[in-house]
Ligand binder design. Structure first.
Ligand SMILES: [Fe+2]
Ligand SMILES: [Fe+2]
Length: 243
């Protein structure tokens, strides 16, 4: 019995293709917000991804990047940070279990029994380590958004919410009524969108008889309470450190 990350759609859209030196966004109004250094780093990361991940995953990553940029812009969050976290969120996606466990052990990460059974879930936290070691990322907000993209975190900030939602809701995930609702919600209220996206994923895991990581439940509970308490979330409304 394995825990899946979240529902995957086998019919991934093939219409998003980006060249290594292209800007991270096709929106000309946003392109100027990316510095030359950021564009150079993006080219490096894309070259690394092309060597280490299949094309279908690279296309997913590019869609997450684009969605994270759009959502960050919509909510008044730093688009360059959203782009960087979106681009790097799945760096460790194809690391084999023994490598994920080895890096986790070396870094002293605290593992839940569900992580032990399904080391794949560690790709989020290990991805942040790769971002730091391989690409020199030092921005804790970006690193946390990478760490939190799969399970969320009860105290994650708005940038992490944006990357979590972009990963869950990008067009390659499908086009069901539920997903359409969640995409619309993500532009209205980040906290409610995170809570309901957690519920969507939890329903999938229950239906598939898969393990559920306690952090996914903690995230869901925290954002359910936040959504009930506070209908709107903005960039300053909650901050926190992260596992
Ligand atoms: Fe992932
Ligand atoms: Fe992903």
């Amino acid at each position: 019995m394995q825990q899946a990350e979240r529902p995957e759609n086998a019919n991934i859209s093939k219409n998003v293709v980006s060249l290594p030196n292209a800007q991270p966004t096709s929106n000309p109004d946003l392109a100027h917000r990316f510095s030359d250094d950021q564009s150079a780093l993006r080219s490096q990361v894309l070259a690394w991804l092309a060597d280490n991940l299949p094309q279908s995953r690279l296309e997913h990553i590019l869609r997450v990047e684009e969605w994270a940029i759009a959502l960050a812009d919509h909510h008044g969050l730093p688009v360059a940070k959203a782009a960087q976290a979106g681009l790097m969120h799945d760096l460790a996606k194809y690391f084999p279990p023994h490598k994920l466990l080895e890096i986790a052990s070396r870094e002293g990460l605290v593992l839940d029994p569900v992580d032990q059974v399904n080391p794949h879930l560690l790709h989020a936290r290990v991805g942040a380590i790769v971002a730091r070691e391989q690409f020199g990322v030092r921005d804790e907000q970006v690193l946390n958004a990478i760490r939190n993209h799969t399970l969320g975190h009860p105290t994650m900030d708005a940038l992490s919410c944006v990357v979590f939602l972009a990963d869950s809701l990008e067009p390659g995930r499908g086009d069901t009524a539920d997903l359409q609702h969640l995409r619309a919600l993500s532009r209205v209220d980040l906290a409610t969108a995170v809570w309901q996206t957690c519920d969507h994923t939890l329903r999938y895991l229950l239906a598939k008889h898969q393990l559920i990581h306690p952090q996914a439940i903690a995230t869901r509970n925290a954002f359910l309470q936040m959504a009930k308490r506070k209908p709107k979330v903005n960039r300053d409304s909650y901050q926190g450190d992260h596992a």
